[in-house]
Design a protein around this ligand. Structure first.
Ligand code: VGL
Ligand code: ZN
Length: 197
């Protein structure tokens, strides 16, 4: 990891974990691994982003209003909070997305910081060119964020030990992983990254 790297943690929120309203199978298994990545990026003083799905109560994203999902991550609710075991540092940059009731907005690239700075703008300001992406869910927000990063010219490394998928159709996550790597994403695990730093 060089000075242009950043950690991007996607949507590790209560509703996507067991007990939530849209639980990703084994979603909570990413927690201990992500905490180690957080520690590593902190030690190197590299930026850490955490995106969150942040929907209005009525959105075309939800089944009741024409979408495919049960209600989840409604702004200001407990389900939308980051999982309490995710050890986010004080300096974390929170990126909110999914506020537009007319859009699905799976990619963190459509998100904004708490100061309303678009995510791509934050990356530019901080001189980031390499994204290390983990979190939930592999086949939706992780995938769309990785693919958009590649399209925008970033190097992208998928943290394959720190992602889990929804798998609405069995195999969706595996397909998503294949698509990401075919389009240019790299993959790593914590052990591999720690050895090569
Ligand atoms: C997500 C389904 C619906 C995600 C968000 O964060 O991957 N998945 N909304
Ligand atoms: Zn959502």
């Amino acid at each position: 990891m060089d000075k242009t790297a950043a950690l991007v943690i996607i949507d590790v929120q209560n509703d996507f974990c067991p007990g939530g309203s849209l639980p990703v199978p084994e979603g909570d298994k990413v927690l201990p691994v992500l905490n180690r990545y957080i520690e590593l990026f902190r030690a190197k003083r590299l930026p850490i982003f955490a995106s969150r799905d942040w929907h209005p109560a009525r959105t075309g994203h939800f089944k009741a209003y024409g979408g495919i999902w049960p209600p989840h991550c409604v702004e200001e609710t407990r389900g939308a909070e980051f999982h309490p075991d995710l050890q986010l540092p004080l300096q974390v940059i929170v990126i909110s997305k999914g506020m537009d009731p007319a859009k699905d907005d799976y990619s963190a690239f459509n998100g904004i910081s708490e100061q309303h700075i678009p995510f791509p703008e934050m990356l530019k300001i901080l001189g980031i060119s390499h994204l290390y992406v983990g979190g939930l869910a592999t086949d939706y927000c992780v995938k769309e964020t990785v693919l958009e990063g590649l399209r925008q010219g970033f190097s992208v490394t998928l943290l394959e030990d720190a992602v889990r998928g929804v798998d609405l159709k069995p195999g969706d996550s595996e397909k998503a992983m294949a698509e990401m790597t075919e389009l240019g994403a790299d993959t790593t695990t914590f052990t591999a990254l720690e050895q090569h730093r």
